[in-house]
Design a protein around this ligand. Structure first.
Ligand SMILES: NC(=O)c1ccc[n+]([C@@H]2O[C@H](COP(=O)([O-])OP(=O)(O)OC[C@H]3O[C@@H](n4cnc5c(N)ncnc54)[C@H](O)[C@@H]3O)[C@@H](O)[C@H]2O)c1
Length: 258
């Protein structure tokens, strides 16, 4: 298990799916966690559950597309725990639409949460981390940025934008002690994935079984698969991994085109 003892870690989109699993794993392995999202009830319940177990976790409401929310979210981590060792910029939304049906509102919503949210989170976290002379930011991208994911052109573009940002951040800020990495999930069983099944004419379980059979490891990913990877990327053991994006996708990207 990666050593996160006493690290102060902020997780955006931390109250559902991948972010929830990250919040739980980090807190249970000794980190001081600020978990954040727009789901206040779920966030308070998650923080209370972990606190009851003896872990250190607080919830802070923040819409990552709103700069004052993001500033308050970062300030909460620093005020509460005295520093900010790592941020998992994970908040994201999905929209399953072919380009012919995409509205300007759809575009702005996806880009505001997935891209502007990552930009604002990085902007305010880097300011703190540069002063400390240390820090790690992990971005959740997606295999959608690399494959022809059907009916997700704008989502794919948003994740490719985040992936592209990682290289520039590394060049600009790693000399001041900040590492930047990405985790690129494949098909992970979360509420977001379940929602994306809505447009299909088959029950979710049937669809999941079909998808699992196509993945080389013959199963879908779990939020915990991603959480263990992010924990390693945050840990000091990964100190020379910088500017890289780690796929967590059971071999999906290696499938042949037939
Ligand atoms: N599930 C998958 O198969 C998969 C694959 C690749 C990438 N991803 C990415 O992983 C991340 C987590 O997705 P998930 O599958 O756990 O989905 P999820 O819907 O379970 O969780 C998304 C989280 O983001 C939060 N969020 C949404 N809008 C927000 C906003 N404006 N401000 C702050 N938080 C907001 C939600 O409250 C929730 O906590 C996303 O960035 C998603 O694009 C997921």
């Amino acid at each position: 298990m990666s050593n996160l003892q006493d690290k102060v870690i902020l997780v955006t989109g931390g109250t559902s799916g991948i972010g929830e699993a990250c919040t739980e794993l980090f807190a249970r392995t000794g980190a001081k966690v600020v978990t954040s999202s727009i789901q206040s009830e779920a966030g308070k319940a998650l923080a209370a559950r972990l606190t009851k177990e003896g872990c250190q976790c607080v919830f802070q409401y923040a819409d990552v597309s709103n700069e004052s929310d993001v500033e308050a979210m970062i300030a909460t981590a620093v005020d509460r725990f005295g520093r900010l060792d790592a941020v998992h910029a994970n908040a994201g939304v999905l929209a399953s639409k072919r380009i012919t049906d995409v509205t300007v509102e759809d575009f702005h919503h996806l880009m505001n949460v997935n891209v502007l949210g990552a930009v604002l989170t990085a902007k305010h976290a880097v300011r703190v981390m540069e002063k400390q002379g240390a820090g790690v930011i992990v971005f959740t991208t997606s295999v959608a940025a690399d494959i022809g994911f059907p009916a997700h052109a704008v989502y794919a573009a948003s994740k490719a934008a985040v992936a592209a940002m990682i290289g520039s951040l590394t060049t600009d800020h790693s000399p001041q002690g900040v590492r930047f990495v990405g985790v690129s999930p494949g098909t992970i069983d979360t509420p977001m994935l379940a929602e994306s099944c809505a447009g299909f004419d088959k029950p979710k379980d049937e669809l999941y079984a079909e998808v699992a059979q196509k993945i080389p490891v013959r199963r879908m990913g779990t939020p915990e698969d991603v959480a263990r990877t992010v924990a390693f990327l945050i840990s000091d053991e990964a100190g020379f991994i910088n500017g890289a994006i780690v796929p967590v996708e059971g071999g999906t990207l290696r499938l042949p085109p037939w």
